[in-house]
Design a protein around this ligand. Sequence first.
Ligand SMILES: CC(C)(COP(=O)(O)OP(=O)(O)OC[C@H]1O[C@@H](n2cnc3c(N)ncnc32)[C@H](O)[C@@H]1OP(=O)(O)O)[C@@H](O)C(=O)NCCC(=O)NCCS
Length: 124
Amino acid sequence: MGICIFHRHELTHVANDEFVGYIQLVNYSGCRAPHVEYKIYKQFRRKGFMTVHFPIFLKGCADMGFNQLVAIVKKNNSPSKKILKKNGFFLAKDMGDNLAYIVDLRLNKNNSEFIKIVDDLSIK
Ligand SMILES: CC(C)(COP(=O)(O)OP(=O)(O)OC[C@H]1O[C@@H](n2cnc3c(N)ncnc32)[C@H](O)[C@@H]1OP(=O)(O)O)[C@@H](O)C(=O)NCCC(=O)NCCS
């Protein structure tokens, strides 16, 4: 099965409209919850772009009815883990080199019930 992008947020610099990165919601077959993927291009990192835009993106997901989301992060990716934790994601599964974080945007708190969504998670 192919990959489907449900929702994509392209980030541009207010001063010159330059493309600085993106956040997108993608589905992978085999996992019940869509995955959040995001990137800020190197020269624009650590300037607060993701801190500002990630909550806006999540609000958009909730408005579209996507509430239970997954994010897969390399264990050593501290900035990414910071962004997730600041936005209510919690660690659901240790996958070796990667960690799976999940959030339920309706609850915004830990809930063992929806840990089930990562039961069948595999790294793509
Ligand atoms: C992860 C990423 C999206 C963060 O975007 P960003 O716009 O640079 O993040 P922000 O500037 O909003 O910073 C978020 C937090 O991380 C910290 N941070 C950012 N870069 C950091 C770095 N290189 N080292 C340590 N901390 C860092 C910031 O200080 C901030 O912390 P605070 O909340 O305590 O102030 C960006 O680093 C990136 O694109 N990385 C490569 C792609 C990637 O890892 N994607 C995620 C895959 S799951």
